[in-house]
Design a protein around this ligand. Sequence first.
Ligand SMILES: Cc1ncc(C[n+]2csc(CCOP(=O)(O)OP(=O)(O)O)c2C)c(N)n1
Ligand SMILES: [Mg+2]
Length: 592
Amino acid sequence: MPRMTAADAAVAILRQEGVTHVFGLPGAAINPFYAAMRRDGGITHTLARHVEGASHMAEGYTRARAGNIGVCVGTSGPAGTDMVTGLYSASADSIPILCITGQAPVARLHKEDFQAVDIAAVAGPLTKMAMTVLEPAQVPGALAQAFHLMRSGRPGPVLIDLPFDVQQAEIDFDPDTYQPLPVYKPAATRAQIEKALDMLAAAERPIIVAGGGIINADAASLLTEFAELVGTPVVPTLMGWGALPDDHPLMAGMAGLQTAHRYGNATVLASDFVLGIGNRWANRHTGGLATYTAGRTFVHVDIEPTQIGRVFAPDYGIVSDAGAALRLFVDVARERKAAGRIADRAAWVADCRQRRATMQRRTHFDNVPIKPQRVYEEMNRAFGPETRYVSTIGLSQIAAAQFLHVYRPRHWINAGQAGPLGWTTPAALGVCVAEPDTPVVALSGDYDFQFMIEELAVGAQFNLPYIHVLVNNAYLGLIRQSQRGFDMDYCVQLSFDNVNAPEVSGYGVDHVKVAEGLGCKALRVTEPAEIGPALEEAKKLMAEYRVPVVVEIILERVTNISMGTELDNVVEFEDLAAGHEDAPTAVVAMLD
Ligand SMILES: Cc1ncc(C[n+]2csc(CCOP(=O)(O)OP(=O)(O)O)c2C)c(N)n1
Ligand SMILES: [Mg+2]
């Protein structure tokens, strides 16, 4: 039997499970694992500048491509605690990442050793498994189980903590006969799908709510086929956005309190039946449940049995992987179509389309300082359907979801539930590693950008080019807006007179200088007419220098973005579009 260190066995298993790349940051306690990676030679490594950055890079890597599992590696103590935010954000959005940490030697774990923290206990609630492996011979089993759990049921992260002496101990292990464990995914039965389709058929104004589970299951084309077969409009959730292209005739818009379209909310409110697939009825999608559910029948399909009924009791629940359910939905719908048993929904679809063509928000403003809406209009012009957008949170992200267009699954990559500031830059870098040939455009507010700004150096060092649109209002904009309810504007200003940069006119940080200092290219824009040319220039710089290119757009300081507490109570702060020229890049042309 081959003998090797447990660290060598761990690396061999990563390779057998398909890992080719890790994101990390070494320290003394994880050096045996790094030594094993070096001996193996088959895994590339991106050196993060902050361990939290490594965890978000791993998330970006997973989210970008079906089947990927991002791996982040750090040492004992603070490295693990730094990665906790990545574990939270991954678990909240059902994203598998594997976090590997070094640890103090087993015999010293209870002696308050240097950088010995019980990371497995810390990570427990945020992972599907968090284990400090105390026996070297358990390492292969622990890793096999880690991959099994990450891929099975509702996907999610795992943490494996490896004490220094466990990594170095020799064990018997045969990498050649290692076999990944089978993956468990519940699947709907035909009877369940028939029943759900009967309920859909009985409805007059049905919609499908398409969640991130469809993207995780790589089932976007099945969703499109099913929606077309049953002629039913689709309302994607924020995590499901891109499952159906924005220009598809059945795309009815997103619904919710913030990242939503006026027509999306209006269509949900006009519906009488909702088939939710791979979604979790997130509160920022539903708003108040009384409004959301009144007068509607619900079917909920989810891979995680305990999700059914968690937020509200659906009329019917099905435990199934979204892909497995959609395959059967398509099969049965096809049979019913052939038998002439599918209702004609043309009038309802036209109704939804009409809302889309009339209920637009205005994007075309010529103001200086620039209004944010105009930025997204220019981005729609500059970036094609192949673009992958990456964002986390803030007015910037909310407005982006209201105004940008997404045409493909995994092209809107967003830390939907956790929304950790600082996520965007490292996640975008992880996406670039996973998908080096597709254009990546990150979008940050100034505060999100400042949170993990050091990761830009990673993009410069490892030649990970992408465009980072930075919308700068010198404010914690979303929190400023939410403080209106407290009648205050308190501790949310990022503006100051920068003694080194009078040209930023009191907006505080000189992002261009910082980005350049970290090895990136950067441009600053203050006039609306400059946005388009700057984005084109950024594409050229990116191609020439192969580094991240920051396009900073100086916004007006205060712009409130549409949001509310109920689907029927979203507050609009700006003039609505009155005609096509007010929303010139809307996918469905505005009816004047
Ligand atoms: C780690 C963390 N702390 C606090 C918050 C709360 N928060 C959400 S958005 C926001 C302000 C974001 O400001 P900016 O990135 O400039 O975006 P803007 O809203 O101005 O567009 C804050 C503080 C958070 N999401 N994450
Ligand atoms: Mg801001």
